[in-house]
Design a protein around this ligand. Structure first.
Ligand code: ARG
Length: 293
């Protein structure tokens, strides 16, 4: 009987860990390096879980969501390294910059590109992942696009996620097209895949497009889009130098020892399985109107 209870308890703990939520009874961590964080003993991480394989919700067989993605695994790794209890706060991507500006979170892990304009709101960790940019469309519209230059056409409506560097890419490479900004990356892809959509294409992270393509083969990657701040970084609370240094130490260890590569492999597997990308409803459930993959 004891064994069963222990098993059930450890299953609950594992679930809680993967949910990125902290069971209340866990309490603050021992704070190995005596770091100053927004909530003592905790590592408060903000993210935008609409971006597989970076961050999203994996669904179990009953459709229950838990946070997944290599950014989330890295957040847990860093929290463990620092001896802090991880607390993840999901929000839409365009909220992240403001929260960091206000100093409300210790870290932002959201497939962030090191856009120098963001340095007023946060500091950047070292680069932990070499992401790249893509222009996408759907199979039925693929013949309209031959290369990046062909996207610059006044007849086209092109989307990018609000607050992202992709908005800048759209303005740079497709200035004549009509630009639509949507708050969730999910909505962009859903809109594109809708048969009668007036959306012709979108700028999005390459790996996110590739992950969608596994489940939605109709999505078509036209070409890579050059961007001079390649790679992804962690946003670190401005001027918290100790935190920045230890985060870099943790993340470099994670990459060098090969653990991060495993996080990526797991994330890709989970992204190909049942998942949901976007915000949960107030009860922590997948909104019933949405189509989970
Ligand atoms: N890399 C892009 C940027 O930093 C897009 C990131 C979007 N992230 C997300 N979780 N939706 O602007």
């Amino acid at each position: 009987m004891k064994k069963i209870i222990a098993l059930v308890l450890s299953a609950i703990m594992v679930l809680a860990m993967f949910a990125g939520c902290t069971p209340d009874q866990q309490g603050p961590g021992k704070n190995t390096y005596n770091l100053d964080t927004v909530k003592e003993g905790y590592l408060t991480v903000i993210t935008s879980p609409d971006y597989a394989p970076y961050e999203f919700y994996a669904l179990d067989k009953d459709g229950n969501p838990s946070l997944a993605g290599f950014d989330m695994a890295l957040a847990q790794y860093i929290a463990d390294y620092l001896g802090l209890t991880l607390e993840v706060v999901p929000m839409s991507f365009d909220g992240i910059l403001g929260e960091m500006q206000l100093g409300k979170a210790d870290l932002a892990l959201a497939g962030l590109s090191p856009d120098p304009d963001r340095l007023t709101a946060m500091d950047f960790s070292d680069i932990y992942y070499e992401g790249k940019q893509a222009f996408v469309t759907v199979a039925s519209k693929a013949s309209q696009f031959t290369d990046l230059a062909s996207t610059n056409n006044a007849n086209f409506t092109i989307a990018a996620q609000t607050g992202t560097i992709q908005v800048g890419l759209a303005e740079q490479y497709s200035p004549n097209a009509e630009l639509i900004q949507l708050t969730a990356a999910t909505d962009i892809v859903a809109e594109l895949l809708k048969g009668n959509s007036n959306l012709d294409g979108a700028y999005i992270e390459w790996d996110v497009a590739a992950a969608y393509k596994v489940n939605y083969p109709d999505l078509h990657i036209v070409c890579e889009v050059p961007y001079d701040q390649e790679g992804n970084v962690i946003g670190v609370k401005k001027n918290n130098t100790d935190l920045l240094n230890y985060v870099n130490e943790a993340l470099n260890k994670c990459v060098d020892e090969g653990t991060f590569a495993q996080f990526v492999a797991t994330a890709l597997e989970q992204a190909a399985g049942d998942n949901y990308q976007g915000m949960l409803d107030p009860d922590g459930k997948v909104p019933s109107s949405s189509d989970a993959e």
